[in-house]
Design a protein around this ligand. Structure first.
Ligand code: A3D
Length: 320
């Protein structure tokens, strides 16, 4: 049986890391696509040359020709520009919308059966635009943000509690960015909810609130340190977790930006929600009940995403 084909659209910081991870995990053969001359070919060759020492079986190809992504099983999209210090994710909207148009058309023409994971920011609006431009079924197009946001939350919690990150699970909802909604009552250490851990004296409410805020600002913290570009190791790992769930039909319950129509009170919007990912793509959205406060935070996050989608419609009239 032929190995799965993984197309990475964008061969920058995240794209290169994705290629390396996909090869090392032997998820399939990798095609790195980018418009920057020589970059996709150079990175593909460099990673392929790590194969003998690492001992993986995966073919890598760099290209600037969409025909090379033909028949891809998975496409992970990072094409576009990242943030610089002082920029918000939303500042990227105009530039990256044009990129989504080119990428969406390229996927539509060459890989219409792929499971598509968008990473380009501002995430929730870009995954919506990419779906519109590609015309693929909604359940086959999603965005990576929640896995990363919850990984950051889990990391900070594990530092606070002095326990393994593996035993910390976290639940985040809403758009990627400042309005993200970490749900503390559904976040646990080995099944013990965070509010109970506060009662048990493992931490204080103030410290927990500070961790929630650090999670919301997690992307900006890295941008501030790197000074050029944004996070790429953890974003790449997070998208690989989603791709693996699809390729291996794992039915993983992962938070991601998914098309919500008739769930969580939403009528047709991409936003971060708990989903089940398997061979059907986004197979299910977990329609959780929220408290009044959580609902209010979720609503404000949803409104922020709606504002960005409307802005996209204002820029590109084919989207209106
Ligand atoms: P970077 O290293 O700049 O790579 C982007 C690549 O896209 C570059 O190599 C460009 O040449 C390429 N590119 C630009 N236009 C096109 C095009 N039309 N077709 C194909 N390739 C093109 O950025 P990065 O890899 O660090 O980040 C990529 C994106 O991910 C940015 O928009 C970031 O803001 C975003 N990002 C999202 C998250 C989330 O959690 C959602 C986290 C981190 C970064």
């Amino acid at each position: 049986m032929a190995r799965p084909k993984i197309a990475l659209i964008g061969a920058g910081q995240i794209g290169g890391t994705l290629a390396h991870l996909a090869a090392m995990k032997e998820l399939g053969d990798v095609v790195l696509f980018d418009i920057a001359e020589g970059i996709p070919e150079g990175k593909a060759l460099d990673i392929a040359e790590s194969g003998p020492a690492e001992g993986f079986d995966a073919a890598l190809k760099g290209t600037s020709d969409y025909a090379d992504i033909a028949g891809a099983d998975v496409c992970i999209v990072t094409a576009g520009v990242p943030r610089k210090p002082g920029m918000s994710r939303d500042d990227l909207l105009g530039i990256n919308l044009k990129v989504m148009k080119a990428v969406g058309e390229g996927i539509k023409a060459n890989a219409p059966n792929a499971f598509v994971i968008c990473i380009t920011n501002p995430l929730d609006a870009m995954v919506w635009a990419l779906r519109e431009f590609s015309g693929l079924p909604h359940e086959k197009v999603c965005g990576m943000a929640g896995v990363l946001d919850s990984a950051r939350f889990r990391h900070f919690l594990s530092l606070e509690f002095g326990v393994s990150m593996r035993d910390v699970s976290a639940f985040v909802l809403g758009g990627h960015g400042d309005t993200m909604v970490p749900l503390v009552r559904y976040s646990t250490v080995a099944g013990i909810p965070l509010p109970d851990l506060v009662d048990m004296g493992w931490t204080t409410q103030e410290k927990l609130d500070a961790i929630v805020q650090r999670t919301r600002d997690g992307g900006a913290e890295i941008v501030g340190l790197l000074k050029s570009g944004s996070a790429f190791y953890a974003p790449a790992t997070s998208a690989i977790e989603m791709a693996e769930a699809y390729l291996k039909d794992q039915k993983r319950l992962l938070p991601c930006a998914a098309w919500c129509d008739g769930v969580l009170g939403l009528k047709g919007l991409y936003v971060g929600v708990p989903t089940v990912i398997g061979s059907g793509g986004i197979e299910r959205i977990v329609d959780i009940k929220m408290t009044k406060d959580e609902q209010a935070m979720f609503d404000s996050s949803v409104n922020a995403v709606k504002g960005l989608v409307d802005a996209c419609k204002g820029i590109d009239e084919t989207l209106a």
